[in-house]
Design a binder for this molecule. Structure first.
Ligand code: FMN
Length: 377
């Protein structure tokens, strides 16, 4: 039997730069724009280059950079309408949406775009955002209890007629959502991703998420998470690699020479906005400290890691296309099914990555027999 983690070609996603300031908190020049036209063009470049997904960010107000932000669901729909094949994953916060209302939005977006809508359920780290909106900021593990109910209601709304749900946070009484999302072979409903790496986040992923997104990490860190989440999934009767899959974040700096790539990273760090990075570090560490076992994303991130706010340098995809492709294959062999990339100059680097790196990844996959011949890229 084929190992499920090897059954498909590795998938690629990119971060949608829908907030100002790019993906690094640095004053280095970034030829990236957070506006609509730039992003529509980027979506078209990405799908031409072999990217299957784009992930939008959700942020309601400025914080440690990101002075301007476009709303994630509306912006995601705009990108879907500007592209033909790309799937766009809209990030959302339970607590600021009712799950059935999001299910309704998602079903319409899915129907209008031929089944290309997906969501990323993020449980939140930014207390100031919730309090500024007059919303209650739940304690860390409670946020995940709410997120799990959120996902269950979302799934019930998308797949059941007369859906019923009774929970501590949400209820459904015979809710009949029509139209349902598009029927896509192998996809029971729009895919549900999650961001969050604490223990409760891992448990939740094992029970209910379709995809578990990891912050940037070393090979050991990735192995440890995949093993743990796979254990939770099996305990819930779900198969790792098919019922739950794994995505990994990386800030990718691919250049013709290794030295050039490292110079870029050095310049990003040297020009970091120190106050903003420290402010962000304090906020996220506070959010993680309130977990039951003090284990959350960013708990051991150092200054450099926080300059790319999802620990993207840790994945180490910095160097020549060949070096990066080989590292990617290493992660893929550990069970990573999707690589999520951030870039300094998005349009030009997404194009370069597709031409120079992805092509080597595909060749290595074929050489190692990692994906079946003819597997969709
Ligand atoms: C790939 C990825 C994308 C994320 N996107 C967002 C986002 O757009 N907005 C946000 O507020 N948090 C985002 N988060 C952070 C989560 O909301 C959450 O606060 C964080 O993962 C910490 O969770 P933990 O304490 O369970 O580790 C993202 C996390 C990951 C891994």
């Amino acid at each position: 039997m084929t190992d499920p983690k090897n059954a498909e070609a590795l998938k690629f996603a990119y971060w949608v730069p829908n907030v100002s300031g790019g993906l690094v908190v640095s004053k280095i020049e970034q030829r990236t724009d957070w506006g609509l036209e730039y992003n529509q063009e980027l979506a078209r470049i990405a799908e031409r280059s072999g990217f299957e997904y784009a992930l939008s960010q959700v942020r309601y107000m400025a914080s440690y950079g990101a002075e301007y932000q476009h709303e994630s669901t509306g912006f995601s729909l705009a990108l879907l309408l500007a592209s033909e094949k790309l799937k766009v994953i809209a990030a959302i916060h339970p607590g600021l949406w009712h799950p059935a209302v999001l299910a309704k939005f998602g079903a319409s977006a899915d129907v209008m775009t031929g089944g290309r809508f997906a969501v990323n359920v993020v449980s939140g780290w930014f207390k100031g955002e919730f309090t500024a909106l007059g919303e209650q900021w739940l304690e860390h593990d409670e946020r995940y209890r709410r997120s799990e109910e959120f996902i269950r209601v979302l799934r019930a709304s998308w797949t059941e007629d007369e859906a019923e749900f009774s929970g501590d946070f949400y209820n459904l009484h015979g809710y009949n959502l029509k139209p349902k999302p598009v029927e896509v072979p192998g996809r029971p409903h729009p895919e549900i991703f999650q961001g969050g790496n604490s223990t409760v986040a891992r448990e939740m992923a094992g029970r209910v998420s379709d995809w578990y997104f990891m912050n940037g990490n070393s090979s050991d860190g990735v192995r440890e998470q995949i093993e743990e989440v796979s254990g939770y999934a099996r305990a819930a009767g779900r198969e790792p690699g098919t019922d739950i899959r794994f995505g990994l974040n990386a800030f990718i700096v691919a250049r013709e020479t290794e030295a050039e790539a490292h110079e870029v990273v050095d310049e990003i760090i040297a020009k970091a906005d120190v106050e903003a990075v420290k402010g962000f570090g304090d906020a996220v560490k506070q959010a993680g400290q309130s977990t039951g076992d003090k284990r959350g994303m960013w708990q051991d991130s150092d200054f450099k890691d926080l300059v790319q706010y999802n620990d993207g340098f840790r994945t180490g995809l910095i160097g020549t296309p060949e070096q990066i492709a080989r590292k990617i294959i290493g992660y893929r062999e550990q069970g990573v099914g999707l690589l999520l990339g951030g870039f300094l100059h998005f349009q030009e680097e997404v194009d370069y990555f597709g031409r120079e790196v992805m092509s080597i990844v595909r060749a290595l996959e074929a050489e190692k027999g990692l994906a079946p011949v003819g597997a969709a890229a």
